[in-house]
Unconditional design. Sequence first.
Length: 158
Amino acid sequence: MDYTVCRAKSETEKTIIRRSAKQFWGETEQLTFDRTFDVAELSAYVAKAHDGIVGFISFAEDRDALIIVAMAVKPKYQGSGVGKSLIRKVEAEARKTGKKTLRVSTSNDDLPALAFYQATGFQIYEVRPNAIAEKHGEILSGISGLPIRDEIRLRKVL
């Protein structure tokens, strides 16, 4: 599948990121690394194909790292390299800005995300028990009925 990855700049792109975040996670605010971010207000890259935006990645700066706050790829394009291309763009951005590490977190139920990030060179380095359950005020049911409780933190040293 043909696609290109570019910096998200327009309000239309931010609107699509906002809509995608709501579709994937039910909200645009993401709690990660003890901070809350609105994914549509962050720096981002989008993947575009003939049928529009098919994926995005939003990120924020931290001291020595870039934090991937959210990444989503439409199901039709998963497994086609879009996610890896989005990660590579953020890696290049990190290197350009002198950052030494990429960090990302996911919920304990999201086994596909855990597999993807580890396959692209990330390593689990910390688990925050109950961080997600506390954010929502309850334990939600996640992928395959797994209880969503914990924030799993991964990093990739550049």
